[in-house]
Structure formats: C-alpha cells, structure tokens
Design a protein around this ligand. Structure first.
Ligand code: DGL
Length: 284
C-alpha cells in the first residue's frame, strides 16, 4: 500500500495509553542494540520489535525505496497499537522520519541519527569525526548536517561500510574476518593519523562488531553508538506516558522472513533478552 494513496485507517493511541508497547523497527538484528538499551533503561515498558528481514539490507536501496519500506513498517506497528515509534535504523532515520511523521502526525517518533550526532559531538575533542554507516546514510548527508548543526567547526568524513551489516546478520561479530573488513574500510583514516578522534557507529548493526573495529581504530579513538542516547531521548519524550513500574515489561519480536534463523542469531547476540523464545512471522 503506497503512503500517498492509502487512507488514514489507524487510530493512534491517546496520550493516556501508557501501557501500550513502544514500536521499534530495523531491517534486521541491528536495531536490537537500541532495544537492549531501552530494555535496560525502561524495564517496565513493553517493546514490539519488527525486523524487516525480507527486504534487508536497507542501506543499499534508494532513499525512495527506504521511505516506502519505513512507512510500511510504521503502519504495521501502529496497526498493532503503539504509544511511540523508535526508528532503530540509521538509514531509515536519515531519509524517512519526515514521511513517517507526516503519515502519523500525532505519533511520537524517535530516530537514531540525532542521537548518534549528539554522542559524537560530546565525545570528540578535536572535532574531526568519522562516521561509518551504510551507503544510503552516507549519501543522505544526514550525519554531516546533524553534527555541523551542533558543532559548526567540525570536520566530518562519512565512510560506507556495507559489509558490516552482513557480518552482524551472520552472527560473525569478532575475529579475523571482522578485523580485516574493518581494516579494509577504516585503517587509512586512523593509521594515517589525520587527527580523527571519534568514530560514529552510524548503523545500528555496527556496535555488534565493536571489538574488531576498535582494534583497527586504536585506543585514541572513541567509538560512539546511538543506542544509549536514543533511549534517553525516548524516556524524555515519554516522560508523562511511562508504563507503571513493576508492570513487567518485555520484548516481542516480529520478522518478515526466516524466524528460525533470526531466533538463533538474536539469541546468540543478545543472550540476556528473554524474548527470543517465540518470534512471530508477519507480512507488512
Ligand atoms: N541497521 C540499519 C542502519 O542503522 C540498516 C542496515 C541495512 O539494512 O543496510 O542503517
């Protein structure tokens, strides 16, 4: 269903619906890095996480396609009843936030790019910041804009690292392969000592590979991801709509393909999450 032609058929929960779940989506396992931070910070909340496995990766698709996918994912989650939406995908956050907000004007929508940019500006002393992201995020220029708005004298270099997405989806999160892919993309920027002191992990899959990436960039480079800051922004936005404490909370997983594989990888990457027992296959 195209966003332009579809009528508004979803009723948004009202502000009092504090027990509704928080909807979260990404193309795959990467957004679970954000979901894990939200679980840690707001354990009473119920999270409904959608992994659009059938159409991943998002990062190599055109902005137009990613906007369509993101609006459809949002429509699906809103249709299930949510009180807020976290776009736990940098690629979708970079190009689709306005379209989602236009489709659901009353909905609280939080993206991850602003959070990553805020973290980078806080972490960098030199103002020379490298952003590792998908091709789509790099092409959008969203990180450059968000960082320069906060620190106009910053020097921002964006590097597309698409293979990191596949490694994370494969559950290959450390070791020689990760390190050699990290060296392929990143070593010239850091070994050459260009004064860069901060690397933004500008794709939610990338924090899963922190060990191998960090060994390539070295100890003088701060690795920043968007998970903690996104969770803080969400907590602020939901200040008067938080689930009652002691109310349980939890994480439900929905996938658009391959639930068995997703269950296996998610359980390996996030052994502390109770959710991975039953993954629901859905069609968005
Ligand atoms: N995890 C996503 C991001 O933050 C997308 C990865 C992909 O599907 O290419 O950009």
């Amino acid at each position: 269903m195209s966003p332009a032609s579809s009528p508004t058929v979803f009723a948004l929960p009202d502000a009092a619906s504090d027990t509704y779940p928080i909807g979260i989506f990404d193309s795959g396992v990467g957004g679970l890095t954000v979901a894990a931070a939200i679980r840690r910070d707001m354990p009473a909340e119920t999270l409904l996480y959608l992994a659009d496995i059938a159409r991943q990766p998002y990062g190599t698709k055109s902005a137009r396609t990613v906007i369509r996918y993101a609006v459809q994912a949002a429509e699906f989650l809103v249709g299930r009843g949510i009180k807020a939406l976290v776009v736990a995908c940098n690629t979708a956050s970079a190009v689709a936030l306005d379209a989602i907000q236009a489709r659901f004007p009353g909905l609280t929508v939080i993206g991850v790019v602003e959070a990553g940019a805020a973290g980078a500006v806080a972490a960098s002393a030199s103002g020379r910041i490298v952003v590792a992201a998908t091709e789509g995020t790099c092409r959008s220029g969203a990180y450059e804009r968000a960082i320069l708005r906060r620190r106009p004298d910053a020097h921002v270099t964006a590097i597309a690292c698409p293979l990191f997405v596949g490694l994370a989806e494969e559950g290959l999160t450390d070791g020689d392969i990760v390190e050699s892919v990290a060296r392929h993309y990143l070593s010239s920027r850091f070994v050459a000592d260009e004064g860069n002191d901060c690397l933004v992990l500008g794709c939610t899959h990338f924090p899963l590979l922190t060990g191998g990436i960090g060994r390539v960039t070295g100890p003088g480079v701060r690795l920043v991801d968007c998970a903690g800051m996104t969770s803080a922004l969400l907590a602020e936005a939901l200040a008067d709509r938080r689930a009652p404490s002691g109310g349980g909370g939890g994480l439900s997983l929905l996938v658009t393909a391959d639930p068995e594989r997703f269950t296996r990888i998610a359980a390996r990457l996030f052994p502390d999450q109770e959710s991975t027992a039953g993954v629901e296959l859905v069609d968005v």
